[in-house]
Design a protein around this ligand. Structure first.
Ligand SMILES: Cc1cc2nc3c(=O)[nH]c(=O)nc-3n(C[C@H](O)[C@H](O)[C@H](O)COP(=O)(O)OP(=O)(O)OC[C@H]3O[C@@H](n4cnc5c(N)ncnc54)[C@H](O)[C@@H]3O)c2cc1C
Length: 477
C-alpha cells in the first residue's frame, strides 16, 4: 500500500472515484451514497448536530474491513465506524465527511465455548442477539446498555449497564479483540487465556477508543454462568438521600447485589405512564439478586432490613421470570419514558460518575439545580457505581432552553470533577464532551492520548475530530 494521504474532506469527484474503488474492494451493492442512508449514519441518539458521511459501506468480514481501510487510506478519506448509532455524544457524526463503515452485517457468533466461559463474535452482533444465543446454554454476557447496541460499539465506548456493579463493564469483560489498524493490518490484541502479563494491554487501549484508533472486527468476551436463582425487588424511599445511603450501606457490607438502580420520583412517574405500571411515585431503588435459592433469599432479607432502616416504605419482591423481565424492560426504557412526558423534546443526557461517598451530596446539589432549571430532568442511575443520568428534556428549536440545559450540564460536570469524579461514566466523549475531557484530565494527559492516536493513526483516518483531538481543539477558557 502507498503511504497514506493526510485525511481531508474530499471534493465530489474524489468521492465518486473513492466509491468506485470501494465497490471494487467489496461489492457495488454494499457501497451506498443515498441522502437518507448518509444522514442516518451521521446522526446518533443525541441532540448534537449530525454530520453525514459521503459514503456508507457494509463489510462482511475482517478481510473486507481491512480492504476498506486500505482504500480509504490511499484516498485520504476519513473512516467513521458505525455500530447501531445509539451513542449519545456525536460519536458517529462524520465531521470530515468520508466513509461510514457500518458493521451491522458482520453479525456472526463465531465460536462459543461454555467450558472456557467465552464467546467470539463479529463486531456487529447486538447485545440482544447475543443474549438470545447464550440463554439456552446456561451462560450470559452481563453488559447491558439501555439501547440494543452492537458489541463493537460497546467496546468502542467502554459501555456498562445495570449489572456492572456485580460483573463489571466492558473493560472487565472483553478478553481480546481483532482490529484493523490505520495501515490496513489485522492485529489480535491478546490471546484467549483468562489472564496474561505479556506486554502492554492493547485490548483495553481499544476499549473506549471510540473508533479513533482502528476498526474492531471481532471480540472475545467473558461469560458468566446463569445463576440458579434470581429475584428482583422494588423499593421506594421517603428521600433520595435515604435511597443513596441504603446503596452505600449495602455495598459496604459486601452484599453482592447484581443490580441496584435508582430512579427519582419524576422518572418513576414517567415509567408508570409509559409502561402502564403503578409504582409509588417516590425515589426508588430497583434491585436484583443472583445466586442459589438460599443466597438470593439471604441477600434480599439483608437488603430489606437496611432499606427499611433508611426510610423505605416497602420492599416488593418479584421472583416470577415474566414480572422480573417486565421490570427491567421498564428500567431500560427509562429514556423513552422520560421523553414521552414532553412530546417533541430532545434529551440532553448527562452521565457523571463520582466516588460513592460523594454520590448523595452530588445528587442533592443536582436536584436543587434541576428545581432552578425550570425544565423537566428526571434522574436515573447505576448508583452502585456512583453513576447517574439526567435527561434534560428540551425543545431543540428554543435557543434559551438549549443554553440553560448546557449551563446546567456544565455545572453538573464541574461538580462531579471537583468531587474526583468523571464527566462520563459510560457514554464516552465523542465531540460533545471534548471540553470536559480537558478539564478532567488536564493538558498533559490529553497530550499523551493524542500521542497514542498519532502513533497508531498518523494520517488521522479514524473518526477525526473526536475524543482527545476534539479536546485539544477546545479554545482556552
Ligand atoms: C436509550 C439509551 C440508553 C443507553 N444506555 C446506556 C447504558 O446503560 N450504558 C452505556 O454504556 N451506554 C448507554 N447508551 C449509549 C449507547 O447505547 C452506547 O454508547 C453503545 O455502546 C453504543 O453502541 P452502538 O453500537 O450504537 O455504537 P455507535 O453509536 O454506532 O458508535 C459509537 C462509537 O463507537 C464507534 N464504533 C462503533 N462500532 C465500532 C467498531 N466496530 N470498531 C470501532 N469503533 C466502533 C463509532 O465510531 C462511535 O465512535 C444508551 C443509549 C440510548 C439511546
Amino acid at each position: 500500500m502507498s503511504a497514506p494521504a493526510e485525511t481531508r474532506r474530499l471534493a465530489q469527484p474524489e468521492v465518486s472515484v473513492l466509491g468506485d474503488a470501494l465497490a471494487a474492494a467489496l461489492a457495488p451493492d454494499r457501497v451506498l451514497d443515498g441522502e437518507d442512508i448518509r444522514r442516518q449514519h451521521g446522526t446518533d441518539e443525541s441532540f448534537h448536530a449530525p454530520a453525514p458521511p459521503d459514503l456508507v459501506v457494509y463489510p462482511l468480514d475482517v478481510e473486507e474491513a481491512a480492504r476498506v481501510v486500505r482504500v480509504c487510506a490511499e484516498h485520504g478519506a476519513a473512516i467513521v465506524p458505525f455500530g447501531a448509532g445509539t451513542s449519545l455524544e456525536g460519536h458517529v457524526a462524520a465531521l470530515r465527511g468520508g466513509v461510514s463503515v457500518d458493521m451491522s452485517r458482520m453479525d456472526a457468533i463465531l465460536r462459543l465455548s461454555v467450558d472456557d466461559m467465552d464467546v467470539t463474535v463479529q463486531a456487529g452482533v447486538t447485545r440482544r442477539q447475543l443474549d438470545q444465543k447464550l440463554r439456552p446454554e446456561g451462560v450470559f454476557f452481563p453488559v447491558d446498555p439501555g439501547a440494543n447496541a452492537t458489541i463493537g460499539g460497546m467496546v468502542a465506548t467502554g459501555a456498562s449497564g445495570t449489572t456492572t456493579v456485580r460483573y463489571g463493564a466492558m473493560r472487565e469483560n472483553v478478553v481480546s479483540l481483532l482490529v484493523v489498524t490505520a495501515d490496513g493490518s489485522v492485529v489480535r490484541t491478546r490471546s484467549r487465556a483468562r489472564k496474561s502479563s505479556a506486554g502492554y494491554d492493547l485490548t483495553r487501549l481499544f476499549i473506549g477508543s471510540e473508533g479513533t484508533l482502528g476498526l474492531v472486527c471481532e471480540a472475545t468476551l467473558r461469560l458468566h454462568p446463569t445463576p440458579e436463582a434470581m429475584a428482583a425487588a422494588v423499593c421506594p424511599f421517603a428521600t433520595l438521600d435515604g435511597a443513596v445511603e441504603c446503596v452505600v450501606a449495602v455495598l459496604r457490607l459486601g452484599i453482592p447485589v447484581a443490580r441496584i438502580e435508582l430512579a427519582d420520583a419524576a422518572q418513576i412517574d414517567a415509567i408508570n405512564r409509559h409502561d402502564e405500571m403503578d409504582h409509588e411515585v417516590a425515589p426508588t431503588l430497583f434491585l436484583e439478586f443472583h445466586g442459589s435459592q438460599n443466597e438470593v433469599e439471604d441477600q434480599a432479607a439483608e437488603v430489606q432490613e437496611i432499606a427499611l432502616e433508611h426510610g423505605a416504605s416497602q420492599f416488593a419482591w418479584a421472583t416470577d421470570e415474566a414480572e422480573r423481565r417486565r421490570l427491567w424492560h421498564a428500567r431500560h426504557a427509562a429514556y423513552d419514558a422520560a421523553r414521552a412526558t414532553r412530546p417533541g423534546s430532545q434529551g440532553l443526557t448527562t452521565d457523571v460518575c463520582v466516588p460513592l461517598s460523594r454520590l448523595a451530596e452530588c445528587l442533592r446539589e443536582t436536584q436543587a439545580d434541576i428545581d432552578e432549571l425550570g425544565l423537566p430532568a428526571p434522574i436515573v442511575g447505576h448508583v452502585g457505581d456512583g453513576n447517574f443520568h439526567t435527561a434534560v428534556l428540551l425543545d431543540p428549536a428554543d435557543p434559551s432552553e438549549v443554553e440553560r440545559a448546557e449551563a446546567f450540564h456544565e455545572r453538573l460536570v464541574r461538580r462531579a470533577i471537583a468531587m474526583e469524579g468523571t464527566c462520563t461514566g459510560e457514554h464516552g466523549v465523542g465531540y460533545g464532551k471534548a471540553a470536559f475531557l480537558l478539564e478532567e484530565h488536564g493538558a498533559d494527559a490529553v497530550a499523551m492520548m493524542r500521542a497514542i492516536k498519532h502513533a497508531l493513526d498518523p494520517a488521522d483516518i479514524f473518526n477525526p475530530g473526536k475524543l482527545a483531538d476534539a479536546a485539544a481543539a477546545v479554545p482556552p477558557a
